[in-house]
Design a protein around this ligand. Sequence first.
Ligand code: ADP
Length: 399
Amino acid sequence: MNILVANLGSTSFKFRLIRFDGAGGASVLAKGGYERVTDYGRAIDDCLGELQAAGHVTTTADLHGVGFKTVLGKNLTGCLRADTDDRVIAALDGFKEIAPAHNPPYALGIARFREKLPGVPLVALFETAFYQWVPEAATRYAVPQSWYDAGVRRYGFHGASHKFVAERSAELLGRADIAERVRQLYRAGATPVPAGAAPLRIISCHLGGSSSVTGIRDGVAIGTSMGLSPQSGLPQNNRVGDLDSAAVPFVMKTLGLSLAEAERQMTKESGLLGLSGVGNDLRDVRAAAQQGNARAQLALDVFVQSARHWIGAFLLELNGLDALVFTAGIGENNPDLRAAICARLDQLGLVIDPAKNAALRGTEGEISAANSRAKIFVIPANEELVVARETARCIAAQS
Ligand code: ADP
């Protein structure tokens, strides 16, 4: 079974073709992408042309489905058919104001795929899907009812990434029962199957271009650092993260910013970039900090402080921890940041092994010390695999 995973950005189109063999194994047959995309229809043609030329997909009959990691839908989440269910595009349109960089490209891209590939199943896996079972008290802001009715609540994002961590960390801890529970999560209408007696408590840190920390009990998310939009939580590359709601009216009044300009600055000139004044890539910020740039060092310190803040929140909520996991570009590749995040937690049962930590970059492994009660793992992100698997499962369930 060949599944194409389409990653649609506001000006980019990236793809990965994943083949599942009958025994459940998955291999990446091809990956590629285009920048400065102005016409998704053409990008789709180019992508299919590439896959044809490489001999992977001769006709659309060789393409068994296309999966999309859609971000946020109004009154809609989970894993759904996007070719036959018009609610997907409508839900993306309904929340385009909350996720302006993500929702319009997916709504447009899915519409183009429907035109270009009639008959090929399209599946949307919402990034919010992993948070369907978060307790209501952890999803609500203290806003008037009319705001809540309009959709103002915590949703959570990076669901595919944290789901992969939930499954893989359970495997690494010898909990095949929980790994299977995670695999079963998005069956239509499913509530999670009952978990075994021994709890499994994971905190997953997706630290990358955008970052979030998620608490996971028995494979199911109990809360996350991102809220209404992917803007919130930790400082992002150039996006603000958590901010007191009084800040926006204050800068509008005192700095004379329009709402549009305040929004632009919060989404383009904030985060690591705003704090450091150096750049939005952690590598550049780190290099500047190492050369003595105090603002760059402060940006790193704020990032670490914020990650610890959220880890602390879930450590309490989970009443302990079995594993802390680092994933995504920053989490996988920056031992010094991991060490700073894990510093002085020995009384809470978390001790990092400096040598193991320093040696591990971009690959899976354990970096906790022998005397650490909880494990500390690095698990490389594999969101595309999650999207491809759920796409295959959704198609099989409906055929
Ligand atoms: P995105 O969230 O956009 O998918 P990534 O998960 O790749 O991005 O994370 C991007 C961040 O990860 C950047 O800040 C970058 O500095 C950092 N990063 C990626 N690769 C490396 C690396 N090899 N060494 C250090 N940092 C890295």
